[in-house]
Design a protein around this ligand. Sequence first.
Ligand code: ADP
Ligand code: MG
Length: 645
Amino acid sequence: MSPKAKKQADSYEFQAEVRQLLDILTHSLYTHRDVFIRELVSNATDALDKARFKSVKGEELCDPDLDFEINIALDKDKRTFTISDTGVGMTKEELIENIGTIAKSGTSEFVKQLAKGKKDDINLIGRFGVGFYSVFMAGERVEITTKSADKNEPSYIWKSDGQGSFEIAPGPKDAKRGTTINVFLRKDAEEFAEKYQVQNAIEKYSNFIPFPIKLDGEQINKVSAIWREPKSNIKEEQYNEFYKFIAHQQDDALTWMHLSADAPIQFHALLFVPKTNLELLGFEAHDDGISLFVRRVMVDSHDSEILPKYLRFVRGVLESDDLPLNISRETLQENPHMFKIKSTVVSKFLSHLQDVAKNEPDTYNEFWKQHGRIFKEGYNDYTNKDKVADLLRFNSSKCTDKDELISLETYVDRMKEKQEEIYYLSGPDRDALESNPNMEIFKAKDIEVLYCYDPIDEFALPGLFDYKGKKIISADQVDVSKLDKIPGEKKEDKKQKKAKKEDKVLDNLARRIKDILGDKVEDVKLSERLVDSPAVLVGQAGMSSQMEKIMQIYNQDAKPKPKIMEINKSHPLILNLADIYEKDVNDPVLTKAVNNLFNSVLLIDGTILDPHQMASGIQDTVAEMVNLYLHEEETPQEEEKKEEK
Ligand code: ADP
Ligand code: MG
């Protein structure tokens, strides 16, 4: 910097890096030119904050009677945009140092990015400590009049056309504390002398600024930084009004959490749960609905990944004064303060939901209906596993209808004596699960089974692995010997006494059925779990039927693993098959019946692969049945006669 001697004004060259930045800003047309308003408001806010801080500390400020506020004045005829604040102002040295030099790291990186022509990047300018220069996107000439809060300092006028140099001259003697920035708008930026344009920009970026912003004398920022205030000061309506504003919603919020912490890290968080889940209505998923504020300036809206993905329906504000203002999304992730804030906020928010579940069950049910599907993705939040598990809800075999929901805690509380595991079964709906043969033994023993209708449950539950030390097992993979230990008479026991066949015959029948079905089944066994159905497919430890279906959706070639078919040794159909088997092992009716039976269990299992083959099997059977019915009345003689013809 080389001051050229002049009487009135001193002229200075901008630093090379600033020149480069200015060159880009003045020669490109950006779509987000209104960010300059945000940047100027943000700087004014910083200056006001510093002044307020000094006064709070008891330091002397000049013009102590001035209100802390921001004024914007527009003049269409003169094509000017003027913003003034009553903040700390700047001395001559500060002017030179702060506006004209780039001392912050990362700036040259930003300039390079901009030079590459990524126009949206201009939005990030505030993060790189060069926000002020964005004024040259709109202004062909800028004048700053500033008077330091130090009463011994005179005022100065800084002028530049953004072309490479600036000059500083003494300012008016009667200037009051603070800074006024007069932007002489370019012809193509005259819209920024329009009230509605400026008002829009302020509502978009700066509505929560905790100082009044007056536009041509009228205060336009109505929403204050309520998250910084003590809870007891804020009424329900205020929370809702604020929520509607930030979330662009018509409805009130379903529930919210307002949290302030001082130690070890200072932050404020105000998080809202919307009444409806927009993602389920087909709207695009937000990555993050949280706006991040640092010292009352919004540094990031909606993409700072403050909350984990499974809480992406939450809307709100987080503010911490312990974070640097020029934080970027990347540095945010690495910032150790941010890390601690994030984990505290998530854990507290889950606790808040637990409170809602306990104290306002209707609200919680509504929450679950709207957001449960997304929330379930939280099964992989290992740090908060217990809290997430507590918050999960399921329909179950003991619920009175498909809408009743229970928690894992309720399930465990009413587990049967000697029951060691938690059981669930997946299927498309309650009716399908109620009639699933895998349920028979559970019903007979009066053991509760969680009903899962949502494919994500297939990942969520095995993902949790256990709850309160109880393993979570799919009912189609249960080891029946575990159920045998649980007291309660199986209805089956009575029925089994009626079974006429010796086990040896039935064992042989099972082996014959395996021969007939070949590779389609892993094995055929006599069942200990069936009561009413003739047969069922059971999986081995590993994937449940539903999980296999999901895998097939993702990978068409993934053929389901063959399963074990269990047959009910007291079911009349099986007993009849055993009769046929005893007469003729190779009877074609046996083969046909076994194939049809197998198809029917596949159908119930939901894993049928070849519907055509199955349909023709059914049609053959129907044809035979009709034929049988038509000839039932005929006497054996008549049939003989027919054959003779
Ligand atoms: P940043 O705000 O990130 O520091 P800017 O380019 O926006 O970067 O501003 C540069 C510096 O200029 C500020 O840090 C501040 O010291 C000074 N400044 C800008 N506007 C004002 C103002 N209205 N009052 C006092 N100082 C200001
Ligand atoms: Mg700034």
